[in-house]
Design a protein around this ligand. Structure first.
Ligand code: UD1
Length: 426
């Protein structure tokens, strides 16, 4: 784990230039989990160089998955000879998404053992949807030493209705059902772009998944036949990274081109930026963000499941709203505890009034002042980078491992558009 800090000198100087978006953490982690359902060579491309990918590759290596041809953003994996059924506790505890490896491992090995998943501590982040899903598919569950153990000599298809929409819940059940005996139907499934992407990838290897990207997904199980390779998984561009860069460009002002992204995945945040008076021009794989005038407040930003406004962009946009000429309401509906960072933002000079645990009123415009802050989680961590970049004076951001978990060498890319940011080893 890196012990380093970001030193950021805030400024009001407009940003200029172009910034590249990397592959999405939330896409590649599921693509990597899918290798456990296969026995051919799978080529992974456009992989972001982030801590969560490294940890997932370590978990796969411990299970006997062979890696060859590793370059900065690509590798070849082969899971023809996997061993064991245990997700290594020391690694799995660090990333919440380690749970997406559990379904494929259960399907392939008939058993899986993993610790209570880690990663960002947001509310309780329960796993009841996963447990119910696997039980519906015939698995038995035991809890031993703070670890879950699921076993099933064979998984069978099931009709599963999610009582709430869950991204990794949907992906985990889809992955679990691919090798099952019989048909699985997932109802009230999540719609995030990563889900049809994962389904297309699995189908290219011989899975039978239909309806991914809609709220009902049907999976015809292969009846235990492991998928063949070769295959290729090209990681989707990170819509959260792209949206965060857009919030930064809008907050600081200037003209910034965000490249290698897919603006179609950001329709709602783009409309919100336009409502705020920010000029957004989109092409197939880029967005141009221009802001010279004042920022208008917005009556409400409400986080929703895709295609609604993403909870992962809530903190960056709240920082942007501190610059707006009036009050804006931010309503977080997905996670508990995802507004806790506003206390630190207020210490930087923001004037944000909590209304209840899910809603805050951002009273703008305020000028932020640089200070020393601890990165609370991956997404709010990046929001503090944005806050520090628009603040008056220097800031030191601690706990940046949480940012490195999901964003590749963010400081090098931000420097290119004019942010004064440096990484220092402590
Ligand atoms: C994924 C993303 C994360 C994003 C979130 C919402 C990955 C690796 N992470 O997280 O970046 O913020 O979607 O867009 O893709 N829940 C339950 N029981 C469960 C599972 C979830 O109650 O078994 C609840 C959660 O606490 C939350 C809600 O469901 O309140 C939605 O969470 P979910 O969509 O599952 O988030 P993740 O998939 O963990």
């Amino acid at each position: 784990m890196t012990k380093a800090t970001f030193h950021i000198s805030g400024s009001s100087k407009p940003l200029r230039g172009s910034i590249d978006v990397r592959g999405a953490k939330n896409d590649i982690l599921k693509g990597l989990a899918a290798v456990l359902l296969t026995k051919g060579d799978i080529a992974y491309k456009n992989m972001p160089q982030i801590e969560d990918v490294d940890r997932t590759l370590e978990l796969l290596a411990a299970l006997g998955v062979r890696m060859t041809g590793k370059t900065a953003r690509a590798c070849m994996l082969n899971a023809s000879h996997i061993k064991g059924h245990i997700l290594r506790r020391d690694i799995a505890e660090q990333i919440r998404a380690s749970i997406v490896l559990a379904g494929p491992l259960l399907a392939r090995q008939g058993k899986v053992r993993f610790p209570f998943p880690g990663g960002c501590v947001l509310g309780k982040r329960p796993i009841d949807l996963f447990v119910r899903g696997w039980q519906a598919m015939g698995a038995r569950v035991r809890v031993v030493d703070d670890e879950y153990e699921f076993s099933a000599s064979r998984l069978h298809g099931a009709d599963i209705t999610f009582y709430k929409v869950s991204v990794t819940g949907t992906e985990a059940m889809m992955l679990s059902a691919v090798l099952a005996h019989g048909t699985t139907t997932l109802r009230n499934a999540a719609l995030e772009p990563e889900i049809p992407h994962l389904a297309d990838f699995l189908n290219s290897l011989g899975a039978h998944i239909s309806g991914a990207g809609t709220s009902t997904i049907v999976i015809e199980g292969t009846g235990g036949s492991v998928l063949e390779g070769p295959g290729e998984f090209v990681t989707l561009p990170d819509r959260i990274e792209a949206g965060s860069f857009a919030a930064l460009a809008a907050a600081r002002g200037g003209k910034v081109k965000i490249t290698s992204c897919n603006p179609e995945h950001l329709a709602v945040p783009i409309e919100i930026l336009r409502e705020m008076g920010v000029r957004v021009t989109v092409g197939k794989d880029f967005m141009l963000i221009e802001r010279t005038g004042k920022i208008k407040p917005i009556d409400m930003i409400k986080t929703r499941e895709y295609p609604g406004f993403p909870t992962d962009l809530q903190a960056p946009f709240t920082v942007l709203l501190t610059r707006a000429q009036g009050a804006s309401l931010v309503f977080e509906t997905i996670f508990e505890g995802r507004l806790a960072y506003v206390d630190d933002l207020n210490r930087m000079g923001a004037y944000i009034t909590p209304c209840d645990p899910h809603r805050v009123l951002v009273n703008g415009p305020t000028e932020l002042r640089g200070r020393r802050v601890e990165s609370p989680d991956i997404r709010a961590g990046l929001a503090f980078v944005i806050a520090a970049a628009i603040a008056k004076g220097p800031s030191v951001l601690e706990g940046i491992y949480k940012i490195d978990r999901g964003y590749e060498k963010i400081e090098a890319r931000l420097r290119r558009i004019g942010v004064d940011i440096e990484r220092k080893k402590s």
